[in-house]
Design a protein around this ligand. Structure first.
Ligand code: 5GP
Length: 142
C-alpha cells in the first residue's frame, strides 16, 4: 500500500469516530479524540487522533497537526502525573513499511517503566475493564 492514497472511511479509527466500534475514551474535543490502545505495549498506552479524515502526517492539515501534538503533550503530562512512568515514548508511523497498521493519523503515547520490557506492537488484547481503570486515572489528572 502506498504512503499516499485515498483515505479509507472503513478504517478502524474512522469506525471508532462514528461510534460504530467501542473505545475506552480518555479525552474528546471538537477536533480530537484520545483513547486507550486495545493492544497496549505498556500500561497507559494511549492513542491521539484528529477527527478529520487523514491517513498520516503527509496529508494532515497544519492546524489539525498543531492541535494533535498540543493535545498529545497535554495527555503525556496527565499520564506522567497519573501513572508515574520512568519515561514516555511518543511515536507516529507513516505508511506500512514504517510500521503503520491503521491508516488514520495517530500519535502513540507509550509510558515506559524501569525494568519492564515493551510489549509487542499489536500483541496482547487488554481487558476493557483494566483499560477503563487506567483511563480513569489519566482523566483524573487532566
Ligand atoms: P499503528 O501501527 O498504525 O501505528 O498503530 C495502530 C494502533 O492501533 C496499534 O497500536 C493497535 O494496537 C491499535 N489498535 C488496532 N485496532 C484497535 C482497536 O480496535 N481499538 C483500539 N483502541 N486500538 C486499536
Amino acid at each position: 500500500m502506498s504512503i499516499t492514497g485515498n483515505y479509507d472511511t472503513d478504517n478502524i479509527f474512522a469506525k471508532i469516530l462514528r461510534g460504530e466500534m467501542p473505545c475506552v475514551k480518555v479525552f474528546e474535543s471538537d477536533h480530537i479524540l484520545a483513547f486507550m490502545d486495545v493492544f497496549p505495549q505498556s500500561e497507559g498506552h494511549t492513542l491521539v487522533i484528529p477527527k478529520s479524515p487523514c491517513r498520516n502526517i503527509l496529508d494532515a492539515g497544519a492546524k489539525d497537526l498543531g492541535r494533535l501534538i498540543g493535545t498529545t503533550q497535554t495527555l503525556a503530562r496527565a499520564i506522567h502525573s497519573a501513572l508515574k512512568p520512568d519515561g514516555i515514548v511518543v511515536t507516529q508511523f507513516n505508511g506500512a513499511p514504517a510500521g503503520q497498521t491503521v491508516f488514520h493519523l495517530h500519535f502513540h503515547i507509550i509510558p515506559r517503566y524501569d525494568g519492564k520490557a515493551l510489549g509487542a506492537h499489536g500483541g496482547h488484547m487488554a481487558d476493557p475493564d483494566d483499560l477503563k481503570a487506567v483511563a480513569d486515572r489519566i482523566i483524573a489528572a487532566l
